[in-house]
Design a protein around this ligand. Structure first.
Ligand SMILES: NC(=O)C1=CN([C@@H]2O[C@H](COP(=O)(O)OP(=O)(O)OC[C@H]3O[C@@H](n4cnc5c(N)ncnc54)[C@H](OP(=O)(O)O)[C@@H]3O)[C@@H](O)[C@H]2O)C=CC1
Ligand SMILES: CC(C)(CO)C(=O)C(=O)O
Length: 339
């Protein structure tokens, strides 16, 4: 089986190194010539939870040749439109692209490639690119897990080669309802990655600050309401059925939920959100595909999303250089919170 990791950035470098190390025939594809040269010259250098230097094969999109049976898509979601012609050219007729990105990338991919040639999966582990040819994999070990799914109406056995490939690194558990899985990961990004990117810290910083933890809870509540209005059945992730765990109707129940949030999201606490890295590097970030997607869906379904609207506005203001990272942006949500 011939495979490619298309978008060998933070996650892609770690995954490409892990798969190559396991003996898989995999190429790491990146637009960044310096990164490609470093990977080919000195191997992929992984630090953190794994300490590996792995000789790998890397190329730019223009240097790709032939067809791949499995392409693991790990660009940022905004790059998908630009990447599609290359994916279409190099995917084997019975091959499959598995998007491991955040957000809900599958509809656009399926429209171009065909639903039975697209799968999706969520990643709850965290990695950071730290230089040409190098990435750091963050703990905890328990986060090393994939959940994957095929598109409605397609043969779930199409997932078999994806599962076999990913399991060369860590468990890859198939789920029946990919959309429910996608929305559950969206909860984590909308309520932790986004606020952490606004205050300029790790996801744990949101959980540690009483004001931000409460904002995160209301962001979660809004996303869950929008998802339910859209007919989503949230799939358990990280061992939790989040809508059930986070439900509250009185202020007393709210206190109880707030008290257990650090435990519910303990695996995410050490993560540096990929959105924050993009904002720090002044690169386009995925806010439109994450909280922005929740706002758009809320608008379509008649569910107000004032918390997510505020979060999107703040991220956009930071991206435009109009605001800097600060926990004090919590005040922007104060008028929305119940007394
Ligand atoms: N990092 C993390 O811990 C996690 C990330 N995710 C999700 O995984 C996805 C990837 O994230 P991450 O690894 O952090 O992202 P990075 O930005 O580190 O990597 C993305 C890579 O894609 C490359 N790329 C962008 N556009 C193209 C293109 N048109 N053709 C080829 N390559 C391209 C980029 O190259 P260049 O540098 O030239 O732009 C970069 O190497 C995102 O959807 C993210 O939300 C999910 C869970 C955790
Ligand atoms: C949840 C988190 C923060 C790490 O898995 C993530 O998805 C990201 O960094 O984009």
């Amino acid at each position: 089986m011939r495979a490619a990791v298309y978008g060998a950035g933070a996650l892609g470098t770690v995954l490409g190194a892990a798969l190559t190390r396991s003996g898989a025939d995999v190429e790491l594809v990146s637009r960044d010539q310096e990164h490609v040269d470093a990977l080919n010259r000195s191997g992929a250098r992984i630090t953190g939870l794994r300490e590996w230097t792995v000789p790998v094969k890397a190329c730019t999109p223009q240097q790709m040749s032939g067809r791949y049976d499995v392409i693991l898509l790990l660009t940022k979601q905004m790059a998908n439109t630009a990447a599609l012609p290359r994916l279409a050219e190099h995917l084997a007729p019975d091959g499959i692209v598995c998007a491991l990105q955040n957000g809900i990338p599958e509809p656009e991919l399926a429209a171009a490639l065909g639903a039975d040639r697209v799968a999706g999966g969520v990643v709850t582990w965290n990695a950071v690119r730290i230089g040409a040819g190098q990435a750091r994999l963050s703990p905890p070990e328990s986060s090393l897990h994939f959940k994957i799914g095929s598109l409605p109406g397609t043969d779930p056995r199409r997932l078999d080669p994806v599962k076999a490939l990913l399991e060369r690194f860590c468990p890859a558990e198939p789920v029946e309802d990919l959309l429910g899985l996608r929305w559950s990961k969206l909860l984590i990004n909308a309520a932790l990655s986004c606020p952490a990117s606004i205050l300029g810290g790790k996801c744990g910083a949101v959980l540690e600050d009483a004001r931000w933890r409460r904002i995160a809870l209301y962001l979660l509540r809004e996303c869950i309401a929008v998802g339910h209005a859209a007919g989503v059945k949230f799939e358990p992730v990280q061992g939790y059925d989040y809508p059930a765990e986070l439900a509250f109707s009185t202020l007393r129940e709210e206190q109880q939920v707030l008290a257990k949030m650090p435990e519910l999201f303990a695996r995410n606490a050490p993560a540096v959100p990929s959105m924050l890295l993009d904002l720090q590097k002044k690169r386009p970030c995925e806010i439109g595909a994450l909280n922005g997607f929740v706002c758009r869906t809320g608008l379509e379904r008649g569910v107000p999303t004032p918390f997510n609207d505020t979060a999107v506005r703040l991220v956009r203001e930071i991206a435009a250089g109009e605001k800097t990272f600060s926990p004090e942006h919590a005040v922007e949500f104060a008028a929305l919170l119940p007394e």
